[in-house]
Design a protein around this ligand. Structure first.
Ligand code: PFF
Length: 448
């Protein structure tokens, strides 16, 4: 199938861009929250298994669908299954999901920007745990400050999008993620040497299999898909920009490895420090936003590390949010035939308005709730445990059962030019193992 649109400039470009999408607040903020709330080591081991057995094959599937069709998620299914338009529902679900995630994502990115501001003025210096916590709680209850930082964040996202894919995304992702990795390693070493750190690392890494429940499974699945940007068309969109000569398996593999490495490092930074400072692993949002400033306070050069870290985290969040907004923008430009600039402006404004509602729902005693959940939490839960998991399931079912095996093999092996010893195993996993495993997890969450 012809693919005339611009491609990523280089193999490293696509890895950097897809890893840029994957690595973000999901790794450093959401992963510790989920691991902390779901038993630590039990969650971790399930998470790793899911990344390998379901995440990687789904990522390959999305790349295949995206590159084969050369289209946005809706157009992709329409192109690959022209006689059965129903499949494009997966794409529509993805576009809706991208919007909903953006709303929740920009809220957390707003806190990160707020932390950058506080780092600049050395605000955290000398503060104790309780004061930083109080400060964070009061930020949640503010009206204008979160709106301002969310606005800045979404504006930056839109600005990069307007500049175009290869020039925009590639340029920003390439250099900065390795620096983030370096800083996390330094922080990890510091955290592990704090008094009481051992209990934290045991909590995070020592699996207690008796703690694996249906809830742990679904949350690990949701977190894996969220962290790898799967199940909602994002990597179909990026796949449509991958050059025909690039190796899809090694690209997906590199992205999964780097994303997982950053998540593990985040756990190694946060849990020992949290235990050392007396912050509970179930503390949720505070795990990152209170533990980390406390950790910087203990370090030589803490001012410098704090500032650089939150700046890089903002940039990591940006490379993820541009991939989210790109899903909507490519859909609007290709399917609704609206030009790129307008599409970006409309979707950014839409996401911003939703984000305002999400962040205001964090006020104490808020009426902004759905089914008893604050809108912020509802968006987070609904997207990761329902939309993305069901989207991922339908995507592997499409590839394994609807698309012709020969088409899959041709795209997967770049027209037979790369020898792919794994191709039969990969096809087996996509056709049988992933759909069954995802379905089982979706069902077990209802069994307490
Ligand atoms: N993977 C991103 C993170 O971990 O922060 C979040 C994300 C980006 C989810 C893009 C979904 C997506 F399509």
């Amino acid at each position: 199938m012809a693919n005339n649109k611009e491609s990523f400039g280089s193999k490293f470009g696509i890895i950097a861009a897809a890893a840029g999408s994957a690595i973000g607040l999901g790794n450093i903020y959401r992963f510790p929250c989920e691991a902390g709330a779901n038993g630590g080591g039990a969650f971790f081991i399930v998470y790793l298994a899911i990344v390998l057995l379901m995440g990687l094959p789904l990522m390959v599937s999305e790349f295949v669908i995206g590159r084969r069709s050369g289209k946005n998620p809706v157009g992709a299914f329409k192109t690959l299954a022209p006689e059965q338009k129903g499949w494009s529902g997966i794409g529509y679900m993805g576009v809706v999901c991208a919007f909903l995630i953006l709303a929740f994502y920009c809220t957390v990115a707003g806190w990160t920007i707020d932390a950058v501001g506080k780092s600049i003025i050395n605000y955290y210096h000398g503060l104790d745990n309780a004061t930083i916590q109080k400060d964070f709680d009061s930020l949640m209850n503010e009206t204008w400050q979160p709106i301002l930082s969310e606005g800045i964040f979404i504006f930056l996202t839109a600005l990069i999008i307007v500049k175009g894919v290869t020039k925009g995304i590639e340029k920003y992702s390439k250099i900065l993620m390795p620096i983030l990795l370096g800083i996390l390693i330094i922080l990890g070493i510091k955290s592990l040497t704090l008094p009481g750190a051992k209990a934290g690392i045991e909590f995070f890494l020592k699996p207690d299999f008796s703690k694996i429940t249906g809830t742990v499974l679904i949350n690990a699945l949701g977190q894996a898909f969220f962290s790898l940007s799967l199940g909602m068309g994002c990597l179909i969109t990026y796949g449509s920009y991958i050059a025909k000569k690039d190796n899809l398996t090694s690209t997906a593999f590199m992205v999964c490895i780097s994303d997982t490495l950053i998540a593990i490092l985040a756990g190694i930074v946060i849990f020992p420090a949290a235990f050392s400072f007396g912050i509970k692993p179930e503390a949720g949002d505070s795990l990152a936003f209170v533990t980390l400033p406390m950790l910087f306070n203990q370090m030589a050069g803490g001012y410098f590390f704090c500032l650089i870290f939150f700046l890089l985290l903002t940039i990591a969040a940006l490379t993820s949010s541009i991939s989210l907004l790109e899903v909507a923008v490519l859909f609007i430009t290709e399917e609704l035939k609206i030009d790129r600039k307008k599409a970006t402006i409309y979707s950014a404004i839409g996401a911003f308005l939703l984000c305002i509602i999400a962040s205001q729902s964090l006020h104490d005693g808020t009426p902004l709730k759905i089914f008893g959940f604050r809108i912020f939490d509802a968006l987070d839960e609904f997207t990761s445990t329902i939309l993305m998991t069901v989207g991922g399931l339908l995507t592997v079912v499409f590839l394994g059962w609807k698309m012709k095996k020969s088409d899959f093999m041709e795209e997967y092996t770049n027209g037979g030019t790369v020898s792919m010893g794994l191709r039969k195993i990969m096809y087996f996993i996509i056709r049988y193992l992933s759909p069954v495993a995802i379905t089982v997890i979706l069902i077990t969450q209802f069994i307490k």
